[in-house]
Design a protein around this ligand. Structure first.
Ligand code: NAP
Length: 305
């Protein structure tokens, strides 16, 4: 079985992972959207990773999803709303024993991907690393963080896990990856939409703490109802800690809206509201927040799902 890391999507996180794996001598291949993007990439001659003032160039081979040949190990680095469709196009190349690592934020896209490739193993990841695209094929590593990986269906550590440590990618195998993803989703729901609606950095929410706490009440109830009591415990305090620790930062959703980019609302606040409805749980504050956010995105001409 080939040990090549195929990387689907050479955006911010895809580039960050691809460059570190390539630097450690691992075999890496990028899978790009189409022939036009591949030609553009080939003209650039590779990926550039910028770390502080250091700029490194990696001439990583690339192909489109129309290429042939089996894929055994796939890092899915698209946005949540693109992941399932992108993986579906690769499904004929992903045979039995293939393993996917899903970097998507929020919840819902992981199941959508898994449905496309029922014979493959899907490892879920939750990342607190930060990277952004300065230009096409050039990414700045902006925030050191950590990665938790886990597979709700299979606790065994994948054979490739040591590759991450060898590549300097900080990571730990988690036996409770769903709890981690739910907790991160709840933090996101309590902070990010309000920063868009109040047009403020995270610290601006210190002036709206009653609203934040009321959302945390409903989120904690939802987490417990979804069988995630550990993710519910201490949520209010954690949200306030994050607001204080990141007071000067603008949330990812705020930045997406400011740059007129599609948000991942469907897999964050949208997922929370859908889960509440499925459990017959009334979540009036979260539902109202969701409606306000949808209205705000629609008014800006952005997709609301
Ligand atoms: P991004 O910079 O927008 O990159 C996404 C990449 O996916 C783009 O390069 C895009 O290609 C590519 N793509 C989309 N559809 C494709 C297809 N069918 N075939 C091939 N490539 C395709 O997004 P990101 O910031 O890396 O985020 C990826 C995920 O990680 C998100 O769920 C995000 O929430 C999560 N995350 C990101 C960060 C971060 O700091 N960036 C941190 C934690 C979690 P084009 O270049 O052609 O558009």
């Amino acid at each position: 079985m080939s040990s090549t890391w195929h990387i689907l999507g050479a955006g911010s996180l895809g580039t960050l992972w691809a460059c570190r794996l390539a630097r450690a001598g691992k075999a890496v291949r990028l899978i790009l959207r189409d022939a036009a993007r591949l030609a553009d990439y080939q003209a650039a001659g590779g990926l550039t990773l910028v770390e502080q003032d250091l700029r490194s160039h990696y001439a990583i081979p690339a192909e489109t999803c129309a290429a042939a040949g089996p894929i055994h190990r796939l890092l899915v680095a698209c946005k949540a709303y693109d992941a399932a469709l992108a993986v579906a196009r690769l499904a004929p190349r992903l045979g039995a024993g293939a393993e996917l690592v899903l970097l998507q934020n929020g919840l819902g896209s992981q199941d959508e991907v898994a449905e496309q490739v029922p014979h493959a193993r899907c490892v879920f990841a939750s990342s607190t690393e930060g990277a952004f695209r300065e230009a096409d094929w050039q990414v700045r590593f902006a925030g050191h963080g950590f990665n938790w990986l886990g597979d709700p269906a299979n606790p065994s550590v994948p054979t490739w896990f040591d590759d991450l440590q060898q590549a300097g990618i900080p990571a730990q195998w988690s036996l409770d990856i769903l709890g981690r993803l739910w907790r991160k989703l709840a933090l996101n729901c309590a902070i990010n939409p309000l920063t868009v609606l109040h047009d403020c950095p995270n610290g601006g929410l210190l002036g709206h703490l009653a609203e934040v706490n009321a959302l945390c009440d409903e989120l904690a109830e939802l987490l417990r109802r979804c069988g995630q009591p550990d993710a519910a415990s201490g949520l209010h305090e954690d949200v306030q800690r994050v607001i204080l620790a990141t007071a000067a930062n603008y949330s990812s959703m705020y930045q997406d809206v400011r740059h007129a980019r599609r948000t991942e609302i469907h897999y964050l606040l949208g997922h929370a509201c859908r889960a509440g409805r499925r459990h017959g749980l009334a979540l009036p504050k979260l539902e109202r927040l969701h409606q306000h956010l949808v209205d705000s995105l629609t008014a800006r001409g952005l997709p609301s799902a």
